[in-house]
Ligand binder design. Sequence first.
Ligand SMILES: [Zn+2]
Length: 66
Amino acid sequence: MKINCLSCGHKVDLADAYDDYEGQVKCFACGAILEIKTQEGNVSAVKFVKVVPRPSVEQVFERGRG
Ligand SMILES: [Zn+2]
């Protein structure tokens, strides 16, 4: 089963375990959190929650220097 990421449009591939699922999944392409609801392999609802940005290398260095 695939769902379209509401943030970047990427088709997020979901395993069979998500055929009957209600909760959050993460788009690995852009890091967006999507709240989905599926029933018998069909998506009945997709909601965009937020984007979790990857920490940048620069920020990690800033913190380590102190
Ligand atoms: Zn995405």
